[in-house]
Design a protein around this ligand. Structure first.
Ligand code: K7E
Ligand code: CUA
Length: 699
């Protein structure tokens, strides 16, 4: 992208041009486009219209230009909306919110940005309306927010509503503060997970029982290296990584509900199966799979191959259906090829039917996994109990999420300004899957993801419009396709949101109070920190339908959260110290430390740590020895954490109270090495050291 030297002029020119466009083509698009969306007819070859006579190419060009313009501190997003000549409203925040709610889809929003950026940017939540959503020093938040860390490979834990970051959980990457990838157990998890040094986490989902959070596990995907991981929510620690075969880019991640019977990874990039050098330049032979994993063992149970790319997924509440969006039904390999058709699909997987196919042996084993053929032409999709039903939607739907009542799966249009409301019960009943589409409201430009409150509202991010739109999903079922009537309210976000998440939105009983919009761009919202900007997670209070959505907080975020889950604190029970019975290594109590030379080149050390010493103030080994250290933190007091950092050997084991860790290294460099405690644990923390003497072998 090149920087636009004169964004303001350009913006004005473009908005004129757009008004012309809209006026010139309104009659040609309105009814016809909406009607056509419900049908499953062929595609047009030359850039189908999306809205107001504009094609995908127009949208993308507009968006690129928006980004260039806002980079210079102007609000080009507002410029694209009608009535941009309105004077900037000088309203207080409360007044504005009331006014905003009253005018619905809202012409006055051009003023919103400046009002909020003046007053709302402090982020402390300590003034005015946001005061009631702040959390005083020493008080606890009501919710845990689990945010994915994108290509840092981690999970971040924040308190909501304070948005204070509480912890980070390394998942796909070694991380020294928590010793992940430094001790034997976590190193083995990373190694067995493929040995990569990073991952790309997008979709953290907390396990459920009876469609409510049970606080046991969190599952998350690795889009980069095609993996799924499990985090133990007693210890807030990653305890398993599954390297998924036959799949590159496991993107969507979710569970079979109501009881987390299976964990699903949604395969995105199409590749040969197995990807071992065959068919490298034969894209027709590539495939993409849905992967079902046992949550206890984390073993892959089966996969289902489908046509086209998949993208995001969500499970129905009743255990039968799993929904995945997809793009590239064309099965192209270039961007042009992938966006040629004006139609893609939501795939509805019939889980019991798939199990039946597996049990009947109707699969091909590829890379050791039963792969069921769920492509359109598969014999398993003939008859009245197909394994996968293909629901036609406008081009490239992105997010999909099932409403709390389990009645609808709502797919967000991305390159189309609508959301598609699919009836979950209808899926099983209709002859033509297109007939399961019950509503298709026009929500705005670039709808990506949808979350829910407890009052029948859907909240959808509009990536291109930089807004969150609140709409009524039952009203959308009542309304004509393409109607804007179901829209209750739109609110600006800053800027370009990806996911959004409302408290407990993925359960059958959302809390309906807080919503976090995970915005990709922060632009000028924070102190500049160089050319890589933080992202901006914005929290709204959504509990008052009369007052409307209230922006409460901005939180800069290290790149880059995608999705999140918000769980009430009563549903998570973290351990305060380790229970040695939960650990597969023997605890080393005080008095039972030992140093054993097993043979000429092997040393085994069992030791403990406590304030302010290690069991051995010094340890002598010989050059070339393979040294195994097993070490327990014998403290019983919570929050007295030690570590053992071993310089030159690239090791730092974190030791929570009652925890035991083990590490093996080869002492190949003669010399003196001060092992030390890296957690500041007490007044004599600096003195908490042990001298490791590595004697020269021939000395
Ligand atoms: Cu929209 Cu990976 Cu869920 Cu990112 S995905 S935003
Ligand atoms: Cu133990 Cu510092």
């Amino acid at each position: 992208m090149t920087t636009d030297p004169n964004p303001t002029d350009d913006r004005e020119a473009r908005s004129d041009e757009q008004r012309d466009d809209a006026a010139g083509t309104a009659s040609a698009t309105e009814d016809g486009a909406a009607e056509e969306r419900r049908t499953d007819e062929g595609s047009t070859d030359d850039g189908p219209e999306i809205v107001d006579g504009r094609t995908v190419e127009h949208l993308i060009t507009d968006h690129e230009r928006d980004i260039a313009a806002t980079a210079e501190g102007t609000d080009a997003t507002a410029a694209r909306r009608p009535n941009l000549d309105l004077p900037r409203l000088e309203l207080g925040r409360r007044d504005f919110m009331k006014a905003g709610a009253a005018v619905g889809a809202m012409t006055g929003l051009a003023g919103c940005t400046s009002v909020l950026s003046d007053e709302g940017n402090g982020g402390g939540g300590s003034s005015g309306a946001s005061g009631e959503h702040s959390v005083a020093p020493g008080e606890h938040d009501e919710y845990y927010g689990f945010l994915s860390g994108g290509h840092t490979g981690e999970i971040r834990v924040v308190g909501i509503p304070s948005m204070r970051e509480l912890m980070r959980i390394p998942v796909f990457q070694a991380e020294s503060a928590r010793g992940f990838g430094h001790d034997a157990k976590s190193s083995e998890i990373l190694e067995e997970g493929g040995g990569y040094t990073w991952g790309d986490t997008h979709h953290p989902r907390v396990s459920q029982t009876d469609n409510d959070y049970d606080g046991r596990w969190l599952f998350v995907n690795d889009k980069a290296n095609g993996r799924m991981a499990r985090v133990d929510l007693e210890y807030f620690e990653t305890d398993a990584i599954t390297n998924v075969p036959n799949s590159q880019a496991v993107h969507g991640a979710c569970m079979q509900l109501p009881d987390t019977q299976l964990v699903f990874g949604v395969g995105e990039f199409r590749v040969p199966m197995p990807n071992d050098g065959r068919d490298v330049d034969d894209p027709d032979a590539y495939g993409s799979v849905l992967t079902a994993i046992d949550p206890e063992t984390m073993d892959v149970e089966w996969q289902v191959e489908v046509d086209g790319n998949m993208d995001n997924g969500d499970g129905g509440k009743e255990g039968r259906w799993f929904f995945a969006t997809g793009y590239n039904s064309e099965e192209g390999v270039t961007q042009g090829e992938m966006t040629r058709s004006d139609r893609d699909y939501v795939k509805a997987f019939d889980i019991p039917a798939i199990w039946d196919a597996v049990e009947a042996g109707n699969y091909e084993e590829i890379s050791g996994v039963p792969v069921v053929d769920g492509t359109m032409d598969s014999s398993l999709n003939e008859g009245d109990r197909p394994v996968v039903r293909y629901v036609p939607t406008p081009k490239s739907p992105h997010g999909v999420s099932v409403t709390p009542d389990g009645n609808y799966a709502i797919a967000s249009g991305k390159l189309d300004p609508t959301c598609t409301v699919i009836g979950v019960d209808e899926i099983a009943e209709v002859d033509d899957p297109a007939d399961a589409i019950l509503g298709q409201p026009r929500v705005g430009m670039g709808p990506l993801h949808t979350a829910y409150d407890d009052r029948g509202h859907a909240y959808t991010t509009l990536f291109i419009d930089s807004q969150v739109v609140k709409w009524d999903y039952e009203a959308a079922v009542e309304a004509e396709a393409g109607s804007e009537e179901p829209i209750v309210e739109k609110h600006d976000v800053h800027y370009n949101p990806g996911h959004l998440i409302a408290s407990e939105s993925y359960t059958a009983s959302p809390q309906g109070d807080y919503l976090v919009s995970l915005n990709k761009l922060s632009k000028d919202r924070f102190l500049p920190v160089g050319p890589i900007h933080p992202e901006n997670d914005q929290m709204f209070y959504i509990g008052d339908d009369d007052a409307g959505m209230e922006l409460v907080k901005d939180k800069p975020s290290y790149p880059e959260p995608h999705d999140a889950s918000i769980v009430h604190r009563d549903k998570i029970e973290p351990a305060k110290t380790w229970d040695p019975d939960d650990y597969d290594l023997d605890f080393v109590p005080e008095g039972e430390e030992s140093f054993e030379r097993v043979d000429d080149s092997t040393v085994e050390i069992e030791m403990w740590a406590r304030r302010n010493e290690y069991a051995f103030p010094e340890v002598t080994v010989r050059e070339g020895d393979e040294v195994t250290i097993r070490i327990s933190n014998v403290e019983t007091t919570s929050d007295v954490i030690h570590s053992i950092a071993i310089p030159e050997y690239d090791i730092n084991l974190a030791l929570a109270p009652q925890d035991t860790r083990e590490v093996t290294f080869t002492a190949d460099e003669p010399g003196v090495y001060w092992a030390y405690c890296a957690y500041f644990c007490s007044a004599l923390h600096l003195e908490m050291r042990s001298r490791i003497l590595v004697e020269p072998r021939d000395g």
